[in-house]
Design a protein around this ligand. Structure first.
Ligand SMILES: [Zn+2]
Length: 307
């Protein structure tokens, strides 16, 4: 998710991407029309903001990966989302139920914790606390609920199993589980026009280079959870689809995240949700995808949020 603190460069898949213009036909969801127009990154134009329930918006945010200090890119994104939420609340009287995921297990966390010779848990607790403190200093209102990945592993395992059962994912003898992009046909890639994919180095057990990990087998000395496919941990994207679905069911009004994470992260979130819920234009993660610019751009040049 908003692979905070630097997630950006290490995309699990590299690709040349170009935005599609007006190619995807947005289908207006049923519900209460607020009369507001919001930029929809799926259709690439402004669309009416339609809520499932009058007066209440469900909102999911990709949150930080807590392994380092928050930088200006993060601050920018969350301040922007906060402004949008305040406008909806204070001017239009819309109650917002906002869930944000905290990524507290992933490759970068494991690597950083190992470099510092501390446990991933100690590292993530430190930076989670710092992130929340930074947001308070920036006067960004907290979400209704923060959800940590490590506290939702059974839900993630069940979500992955459901995608396997729906024949859109497969487990390998190595203990990895991949999303089967080919099985999804041209439904994959609706957010971004994706070409020339090459897999993550070292992944040799995929059926197709475009396939992406839902579950990663644990390497020696890495933290792991037991799953039907072996010991491992969630892949990069699955946490958001699972947690958004756990909190909001199969309909979400607004999804927000960094525009530079549109591919592969948000693209894969959409595919996972549609494969899980067996719907098109996922009734989840698709009503609106408000993306802030430049969330992850400062990769080498970090301006830290003042402490
Ligand atoms: Zn996300």
């Amino acid at each position: 998710c908003r692979r905070g603190l630097g997630r950006p460069v290490a995309c699990s898949v590299r690709a040349n991407t170009t935005e599609r213009r007006s190619e995807y036909q947005w289908r207006k969801p049923a519900g209460f029309d607020t009369g507001l127009l919001v930029y929809n990154s799926l259709s690439k134009r402004k669309e009416p903001l339609i809520l499932a329930r009058e007066g209440t918006a469900t909102w999911y945010s990709c949150g930080p990966t807590v392994y380092d200090h928050a930088h200006l890119g993060h601050a920018c994104s969350y301040v922007r989302f906060d402004i949008l939420q305040r406008i909806l609340k204070k001017i239009f009287g819309i109650n917002i139920i906002h869930a944000m995921v905290i990524t507290d297990i992933d490759d970068k966390i494991i690597k950083r914790a190992s470099e510092l010779n501390i446990s991933p848990q100690v590292l993530t607790q430190l930076y989670e606390k710092e992130f929340m403190s930074d947001m308070t200093k920036l006067k960004v209102l907290p979400p209704t609920v923060y959800m940590r990945v490590t506290e939702n592993i059974p839900q993630i395992i069940a979500f992955v199993q459901c995608i396997i059962n729906n024949q859109h994912a497969y487990a390998t003898p190595e203990g990895n589980v991949y999303f089967d992009v080919k099985s999804f046909g041209n439904r994959y890639g609706k957010l971004m026009n994706v070409q020339n994919l090459s897999g993550e180095p070292g992944e040799t057990d995929k059926r197709d280079p475009r396939d992406f990990a839902l579950w990663k087998a644990a390497k020696p000395h890495e933290p792991y959870w037991e799953a039907p496919w072996g010991k491992g941990r969630p892949g990069w994207h699955i946490e958001c689809s699972t947690i958004a679905s756990s909190v909001f069911g199969n309909h979400l009004d607004i999804h927000s995240g960094g525009v530079d994470l549109a591919f592969p992260h948000h693209e894969n979130e959409i595919a996972q949700c549609e494969a899980h819920h067996q719907c098109e234009q996922g009734e989840i993660l698709s009503s609106f995808r408000t993306q802030a610019q430049g969330m992850h751009k400062p990769v080498c040049f970090f301006v830290l949020v003042p402490g």
